[in-house]
Write a protein that binds this ligand. Structure first.
Ligand code: GLU
Length: 485
């Protein structure tokens, strides 16, 4: 095989969509696996959709994900420039060449004329495709209109007979009767190429050997291949990828906040976990492995593992991956990453964050869950009698009252407030009273936290809250329990 050259060709229209990111990832893995060149090309010919700053978002996101390009707008390369608007002048000569050979033609139809003819076709129950009206203008007429400066587009002249087929490495043989192909616009009235034209010209000029992109381009590919042939160029290999979906029916959506890479980072998902999971959305390593570094992905990646069925992005599965990555994280890194979330929940409260981080690391699935899990440390819990009455724990209002009184008495003499001391004061005292640890620690934890489930138990929470706050909560719970009894 010649040197593999692939490209990721995003349009700078906003944030990085997860589907696009997965395309970039597969392109990158495929290229690295084959020791080829990975090219980044910015497709900004649709000026209406252009969003300021979006190109920087693309650079930033890819690099953050560990996806590096060998040629691209910011680093240059032998096929520069890599931004389509900067290549604007290179497309028209090819369009002219196609016109000269009869594979394309000038079209002067106005928007209104097209609209009218479309409506008339549709009212007769026909599917509209451009009716080749301007193909039949004679040379003199075309010249006259061009000289008069009449706006025009250039259209592809697709044949009316025969078939255009090709083999996609994922979807297999795709065949399209030529009569179904429409005469798509190659050059727009503003002189810019359409995506449909620019992708062919650029993929050829950039020496792309494998085109890896979303399956939404599968049905247009026969038309692209006609252009390659008309220009006498060899056709690249195609790897079309199934759309990334939320479930069988729904796409990922901006409105639901699950479409963009940045949505997930904001929520506290880790880039490594996201990339690991994303790699598996539509690709199967062929064995049971689930955890991969980028290097391992490169090693394991193969086109045979790509699936053509819709790729479901399951947020629960991502969350599971994320939790695993957090669990395996270096504790210092966890602390640093958790800190802003601790601060969000705790404000200026003075607390041993290192200890809190130790208690939280194995329980954190997503960083954005942290504030909800620890806000009880700052906000005093409301009294809820039902929490104390628990059959399984054999806990009642009376037993809880007794347990809190005992805890109070045991802790009262403690001057140094460390976990070790709290432990040393409570446990022997509970044993001496002939009680089980749970009988006392269960209601104590509820009194301190107001929750059935907490990071750490009563001792750790008492330590984190500090002596004063522990007694304040204990006393308030005791008063409320006594009022019940
Ligand atoms: N600019 C196109 C997009 O963002 C790229 C498609 C392709 O890779 O050819 O969808």
């Amino acid at each position: 095989m010649n040197e593999v050259r692939t490209r990721f060709a995003p349009s700078p229209t906003g944030f990085m969509h997860l589907g696009g990111l997965r395309t970039a990832l597969y392109c990158y893995l495929f290229t690295r696996k084959h020791k080829g060149k990975f090219i980044l090309r910015i497709e900004d010919t649709d000026q209406e959709r252009y969003v300021e700053g979006a190109t920087e978002v693309i650079y930033h996101t890819l690099r953050e994900c560990g996806i590096y390009w060998d040629e691209g707008p910011d680093i240059g390369g032998p096929a520069a420039p890599y931004v389509q608007s900067e290549r604007k002048d290179s497309y028209l000569p090819y369009a002219r060449q196609l016109i000269a050979s009869g594979h394309a033609y000038y079209c002067f139809c106005s928007r209104e004329e097209l609209q009218q003819r479309r409506e008339s076709a549709e009212s007769r129950g026909l599917t509209w495709k451009y009716d080749k009206h301007c193909l039949h203008l004679d040379k003199g007429e075309i010249q006259r209109r061009l000289s008069a400066g009449q706006p025009y587009v250039v259209r592809q002249n697709t044949p009316l007979e025969g078939d255009s087929g090709f083999d996609d490495l994922v979807y297999g043989h795709i065949s399209a009767p030529n009569e179904t192909l429409d005469d798509m616009v190659l050059i727009k009235a503003d002189g810019m190429p359409t995506y449909n034209f620019a992708n062919v010209i650029d993929d050829h000029l950039m020496g792309i050997t494998h085109v890896i992109r979303g399956m939404e381009y599968l049905s247009s590919t026969p038309k692209y291949n006609l252009l390659y042939r008309a220009l006498g160029w060899s056709i690249p290999m195609y790897i079309h990828l199934p759309t990334v979906m939320r479930d069988a029916k729904h796409k990922l959506s901006k409105r639901d906040g699950d479409a963009y890479y940045s949505d997930f980072i904001k929520k506290g998902y880790l880039t490594e976990a996201l990339i690991n999971y994303l790699a598996l959305v539509g690709w199967n390593p062929g064995d049971e492995r689930e955890f991969f570094t980028m290097e391992e992905l490169i090693e394991a990646f193969s086109v045979e593992g790509l699936s053509k069925s819709p790729a479901i992005f399951d947020i629960n599965k991502l969350t599971w991956f994320n939790a695993e990555y957090i669990r395996r994280m270096d504790p210092d890194k966890y602390l640093a990453m958790a800190m802003p979330w601790f601060e969000q929940a705790l404000g200026g409260m003075k607390i041993d964050c290192t200890r809190l981080a130790q208690l939280m690391q194995s329980r954190t699935e997503v960083f954005s869950h942290i504030p909800g899990m620890i806000s009880f440390l700052r906000e005093r819990p409301d009294f809820d009698v039902s929490l104390y009455e628990n059959k399984k724990q054999k806990s009642t209002i009376a037993s809880s009252s007794g347990a809190l009184e005992l805890s109070r008495a045991l802790l009262d003499s403690l001057e140094t407030w460390t976990e070790e001391r709290i432990h040393g004061a409570l446990l022997p005292g509970i044993a001496a009273a002939g009680l089980k640890n749970g009988t006392v620690l269960w209601p104590l934890r509820i009194a301190l936290s107001g929750q059935l489930s907490t990071p750490g138990g009563a001792i750790e929470i008492a330590y984190l809250l500090g002596r004063e706050e522990t007694f304040r909560r204990l006393d308030s719970a005791l008063r409320a329990l006594r009022a019940q009894g």
